[in-house]
Design a protein around this ligand. Structure first.
Ligand code: LLP
Length: 415
C-alpha cells in the first residue's frame, strides 16, 4: 500500500488523500485509526511467540474504543484491564472473560468482586493488603480467586520517569522477598489460587536488556515457587514495547520473544504479554485544522483547533509527535503548533518544521493511536472529538463528537 509520507510512523491506509477526506467528512479535531495496521501489529507479536503457549492481552488503556477492541477480539486477543469500566468494555467488545486479566494498584472491593464473579483469567495483585482484600471478597462470594502477584524487579527500564514502573521507588508491585511470603499465604488460603506471576517495568521501552534482566529475576523466583509446589502457570511479562515517534529504534517482536524465551528455558508456563502502544500507537493519527498563524517577536505559532485536552502527551511528558501538513509539504521553517486552551503548556509540538499554513489547512499529528483519545478530557468545556477507523479503504465513524449537551448532562438538573 502507498505511503505518501514515506515515513515509518505512517503506513497502510493512512494516506494523505484519505486523511484529508476524513477531516472534511467528519470535521476536526479527529482521531483516525487504521484497523489493518492494528491487525498487522497484533499478528506480528502473536507470531513472535508462535509454537509457545502464549496469550497476548491488549492493554485497553492505550486505546479503549469499542471498535478497536472488537477488532482485536476478532484476532483472538485477550485484554489487560485496569478498572471495572475497562473490563466491561472488553466483555462488551467480545473478548472472552477467560482471556481478561485485571491489573492496577488501587482496586476497589466492588471491582474485585465483579472481576471474581465474572470469572476472568486472573487478578494481578499489587500489595499484601490488596491480596487480603481479594481474599476477603472471594470468601464473601464463596468463589476462589485466581491471582498473580506483580513483582517489582527493581530494574531501570531507561524510559521517561513518569512511565517507569519497575524501580523500587515506584508505587508498583512488591519486592521479590515480599512476593515469596505472599505466595506462601495465597497457597495456603482457601479462597486464593496463585496461578501467575507478573512484572511490568515501564512503557515506551526501546531497550531489550532491562526486560531480559527482569524476566531472568522473575523466572528465578518462579523456579523457587515451583519448588515449593506453588503451581505457577502464567508468566506475565507486562507491556511496554516502544514505538518510533521520531527516529528512535525499537525492539522487534522477534527479539523480544527470543529474549523472554531464553530466560524461561525449562519452565512450563504460558507467557502472557500486555502490549498497548505497540499495537495501536503508530496505527493512529490525530487530525487538526489550522485556525490562525501568528508571529510573536520572531517566533511562529500555528494555532489549531486540537488541544491538550485532545492529546495531552506533549504537554504532560514533553513527548514528541511528528506533525505534517497534508496539503503543502514545502518547509517554511519551525513553528510551535499550539491549541486554543489558556495555558502555555497547551501545544501539540514545538520546533516543528512546517510549510506556510493557511486557515483551514489540515495537520496530521502522527503516532497518536495510543494514549491519545484515552487520555482526553473536557478541559475548557471542550467536547471530546470524534474517532473514525479505516478498513478496506473505507472510513467509518466509531465515536461521535461530543456535544455541549453531553457535557452538561449530569449537571443541568441541579441548576
Ligand atoms: N501493563 C501494565 C501493568 C501497564 O501499567 C501498562 C501501561 C501496560 C501494560 C501497557 O503498556 P504499553 O505497552 O502501552 O507501553 N500515558 C503514557 C503511558 C502510560 C503507560 C501506563 N501503563 C504515555 O502516553 O506515554
Amino acid at each position: 500500500m502507498e505511503n505518501v509520507f514515506n515515513i515509518p510512523q505512517l503506513s497502510g491506509n493512512l494516506r494523505k488523500e484519505l486523511l484529508q477526506s476524513a477531516a472534511e467528512q467528519f470535521g476536526t479535531p479527529l482521531y483516525v485509526y487504521d484497523l489493518e495496521r492494528i491487525e498487522a501489529r497484533f499478528n506480528a507479536l502473536k507470531q513472535a511467540f508462535a509454537g509457545r503457549k502464549a496469550l497476548v492481552c491488549y492493554a485497553l488503556k492505550a486505546n479503549s474504543n469499542l471498535s478497536v477492541i472488537k477488532k482485536l477480539a476478532s484476532l483472538e486477543s485477550g485484554a489487560d484491564c485496569v478498572s471495572l469500566g475497562e473490563i466491561k468494555r472488553a466483555v462488551m467488545a467480545g473478548i472472552p472473560k477467560y482471556k481478561i486479566i485485571y491489573s492496577g494498584v488501587g482496586k476497589q472491593d466492588f471491582e474485585i468482586k465483579e472481576a471474581i464473579s465474572l470469572g476472568i483469567l486472573f487478578i494481578n495483585v499489587e500489595s499484601k493488603e490488596e491480596m487480603l482484600r481479594v481474599e476477603a471478597c472471594a470468601r464473601e462470594l464463596g468463589i476462589s480467586a485466581r491471582i498473580s502477584i506483580r513483582v517489582n524487579p527493581d530494574i531501570d527500564p531507561q524510559t521517561h520517569p513518569y512511565i517507569s514502573t519497575g524501580l523500587k521507588e515506584n508505587k508498583f508491585g512488591v519486592s521479590i522477598e515480599e512476593a515469596k511470603g505472599m505466595y506462601l499465604h495465597a497457597h495456603n488460603a482457601e479462597f486464593l489460587e496463585p496461578i501467575g506471576i507478573h512484572f511490568h517495568i515501564g512503557s515506551q521501552l526501546t531497550k531489550l536488556k532491562p526486560i531480559a534482566e527482569s524476566a531472568q529475576k522473575i523466572a528465578q523466583l518462579t523456579q523457587s515457587l515451583l519448588a515449593l509446589k506453588i503451581d505457577i502457570k502464567f508468566f506475565d511479562i507486562g507491556g511496554g514495547i516502544g514505538i518510533t515517534y521520531s527516529d528512535e529504534s525499537t525492539i522487534s517482536p522477534y527479539d523480544y520473544a527470543q529474549a523472554i524465551l531464553a530466560e524461561l528455558r525449562g519452565l512450563d508456563v504460558t507467557i502472557v504479554c500486555e502490549p498497548g502502544r505497540f499495537i495501536v500507537g503508530n496505527s493512529g493519527v490525530f487530525l487538526t485544522k489550522v485556525l490562525y498563524q501568528k508571529e510573536n517577536q520572531g517566533k511562529r505559532f500555528v494555532i489549531v483547533d486540537g488541544a491538550m485536552n485532545d492529546l495531552i502527551r506533549p504537554s504532560l511528558y514533553a513527548a514528541y509527535h511528528q506533525i505534517l501538513a497534508l496539503k503543502n509539504m514545502e518547509s517554511k521553517g519551525e513553528a510551535e503548533v499550539a491549541g486554543p486552551i489558556c495555558e502555555s503548556g497547551d501545544y501539540l509540538g514545538k520546533n516543528i518544521v512546517l510549510p506556510h499554513c493557511e486557515r483551514g489547512d489540515i495537520l496530521a499529528v502522527l503516532s497518536a493511536g495510543a494514549y491519545g483519545f484515552s487520555m482526553a478530557s473536557n478541559y475548557n468545556t471542550r467536547p471530546r472529538c470524534a474517532e473514525v477507523v479505516v478498513e478496506n479503504g473505507k472510513i467509518r465513524l466509531v465515536r461521535k463528537r461530543e456535544s455541549f449537551e453531553d457535557l452538561i448532562a449530569l449537571e443541568k438538573e441541579y441548576l
